[in-house]
Design a protein around this ligand. Sequence first.
Ligand SMILES: NC(=O)c1ccc[n+]([C@@H]2O[C@H](COP(=O)([O-])OP(=O)(O)OC[C@H]3O[C@@H](n4cnc5c(N)ncnc54)[C@H](O)[C@@H]3O)[C@@H](O)[C@H]2O)c1
Length: 277
Amino acid sequence: MEDLQGRTAVVTGAASGIGAALARVLAAEGCRVVVSDVELDGAAAVADAITADGGSALAVRTDVADRGSVQELAAAARERFGLVHLLCNNAGVSYHRRGIHATYEDWRWVLGVNLDGVVHGITEFLPDMLDSGQECHIVNTASMNGIVPSAQSAMYSASKYGVVGLTETLHNELAGTRVGVTALCPAGVRTRITDSVRNRPAEAATADDTRPAHVPSGSFDLSPALDPEVVARMTVGGVREGRLYVFTDPKVKDLIVAHRERMLADFAPLDAFLAAR
Ligand SMILES: NC(=O)c1ccc[n+]([C@@H]2O[C@H](COP(=O)([O-])OP(=O)(O)OC[C@H]3O[C@@H](n4cnc5c(N)ncnc54)[C@H](O)[C@@H]3O)[C@@H](O)[C@H]2O)c1
């Protein structure tokens, strides 16, 4: 989608960090923007700033983990602006707790926002995009931890591997249509992601919270964390070029190569097993 002028974009998780930057950059490119977040005040502040700058924006409170809430978001966007051409499934949470120490509620919260949230966005927006026959695009915010395991949380990687897998598959399935799809895979970005618990709903809280203090299971050699505005501009560049992936840190390349080599090392010769039959 080369020309963004006059398009309508929906960005989830747009009250803060990468989502807020995406909303601002897309508005500057001439998009009408639906600024959606579970924190309505933050979303309204971003939408107001866009409007004050002469853009067109609508703030909507949405909990992406709740399918009904995403259905309401789609209806509000349609009613105000018509067809949504660009959907950024960006809302996400990170919880620094090893999978071995996680409660069921921890798993459900992280998977509910990070993976179900993307599924809800796709099911509610993609059919209209395909029916329209117009040029449309979906950006799913994954992470480098959708390709290389997280040092912080098995829950986070499970959710982000899911986002990468569904995005790659959609890319294949959408061949021959006018809908493109991109997996945004950032490394470090200066946002409020490490304070994600601020949005953890009471019903998703863990009753038994006597788990051990968190210790990461590894570490990565990464570049200094980026300003979210830079990541937003890289993302818009990826949409323009129709790229399947947007990576934000060149250092992740070596991590991916090492990870794939580790994976390939576990291929065992088949002969011994075939002979045993
Ligand atoms: N910051 C990083 O280093 C980094 C790296 C890789 C991937 N990411 C991904 O980028 C995305 C954006 O995160 P960020 O870093 O800007 O963090 P952030 O915390 O600054 O922003 C995330 C936004 O999502 C919103 N949100 C949380 N739960 C929600 C829900 N249930 N429904 C709707 N909105 C909800 C929050 O209110 C917040 O405004 C996430 O998907 C995250 O996993 C971030």
